[in-house]
Design a binder for this molecule. Structure first.
Ligand code: FNR
Length: 362
């Protein structure tokens, strides 16, 4: 294949380049992967209802979110250890995102330390994802280092008291490849440097006794906006707002936690209603594979989406150039979808673009 027409093409190319067990870890989900399939299928169940002759001579995909301007409503979801896919790891990912004008959420388990990522891309818009670890000091120091490094928001992932049961990894006996380390963590807690067994590692680091009080603690820790990631139910969205969230990410962790949770897109409208009432933006991740998916998520209430696996596919295929390819593809597809539904600016993407049920038969 010479050209990549869509994310699926990157996926196919990436599969051939990675160790089979690494591929399984990255591409797979929890249990029988019903939710993994549903995350993408939910987008396929929606039909859009274009408007015509609205004057789309110039289509502007930019959005403003938490006081920041993004070139399109697309960010990179936090994912552990980009080095599994390419030796340039998060340095390549963030450089590509910065060139396209998009933000990156750096994982707590990134293979490159936040200081090195921001030094390599001085104008980058980096958000730092954290877990509230058993040892709160590790979380606090990660947050402080993020502030010093010029990070623009903290993202706290709240859907992981421990890691979900992933059948592929159990069958593969998956261990992270030798030599990989979680640079962001080992700088603060050296006994976690050995992360070769992801399940044991998560059991030792994660704190299943967390409650919303711990999120309140984090909200008061730095001056950075706090984004709560991993909400599916509207009552949890209310609790997140009460705890001080500045934004919410609707997410089932890419279907990697509990199988048969609702698809992220299906959970979006009700959570978006709560967020709208509370005056905070809502983002979505899980299953976004095209610019039309981005348009659909926006029409159903998302201010922006995060994209996970497709970015790692691009990274595995061609490092920075591959990530750049995936991101520009998504932005181009979004521009196409906006123009072809009659939208010239992002605030015009609204619920009237979703065809009423009964008009089609998915
Ligand atoms: C993740 N995800 C994740 N989330 C998080 O908060 N911290 C993390 O360290 C990771 N690590 C991670 C590794 C890998 C390999 C994957 C695929 C995912 C979840 C991620 O942020 C996001 O919620 C999903 O990946 C979004 O779904 P899609 O776009 O991959 O379908």
């Amino acid at each position: 294949m010479h050209r990549f027409a869509c994310v699926r093409d990157y996926e196919e190319a990436a599969r051939g380049r990675l160790r089979p067990d690494v591929w399984d870890f990255m591409a797979g989900g929890a249990g029988e992967e019903i939710t993994l399939r549903d995350n993408t299928a939910a987008f396929g169940r929606v039909r859009v209802w274009p408007r015509v002759l609205t004057g789309v001579g110039h289509v502007d995909t930019t959005v403003e979110l938490l006081g920041q301007v993004w070139s399109a409503p697309i960010g990179i979801a936090p994912m552990a250890l980009h080095e599994m896919c390419h030796s340039d790891a998060e340095i390549a990912t963030v450089r590509a995102a910065t060139a396209v004008g998009l933000p990156t959420v750096l994982s707590a388990f990134s293979s490159v330390a936040v200081e090195d990522v921001t030094a390599a891309s001085p104008h980058a818009n980096v958000w730092q994802q954290v877990y509230i670890f058993k040892d709160r000091q590790v979380t606090a120091s990660m947050a402080e280092r993020a502030v010093v490094s010029g990070v623009r928001a903290l993202v706290v992932t709240v859907d992981s008291p421990w890691m979900g049961r992933r059948h592929r990894d159990i069958r593969d006996g998956f261990r992270f490849p030798d030599g990989l380390r979680s640079a962001n963590l080992s700088a603060s807690l050296s006994q976690w440097a050995d992360i070769s067994d992801p399940v044991l590692h998560s059991r030792s680091a994660m704190d299943p006794s967390l409650t919303w009080t711990d999120v309140e603690w984090l909200a008061g820790l730095t001056g950075l906006p706090l984004v709560v990631k991993g909400i599916l139910a509207p009552d949890d969205a209310e609790r997140a707002l009460e705890a001080g969230a500045d934004a919410i990410i609707v997410s089932n962790h890419g279907a990697r936690q509990l199988d048969r949770t609702t698809a992220a897109l299906d959970a979006l409208p009700d959570v978006a209603a709560v967020a709208r009432a509370g005056g905070v933006p809502v983002l979505l991740d899980g299953g976004v594979r095209s610019g039309t998916d981005v348009l659909i998520a926006m029409a159903l209430g998302a201010a922006a989406v995060l994209v996970g696996r497709p970015v790692l596919y691009g990274l595995a295929v061609a490092g920075e150039a591959g990530v750049h390819g995936v991101l520009t593809l998504l932005v181009d597809e979004l521009r196409d979808a906006m123009g072809l539904t009659g939208c010239s600016v992002t605030p015009q993407v609204g619920p009237e673009l979703i065809a009423p049920a009964g008009l089609f038969h998915p």
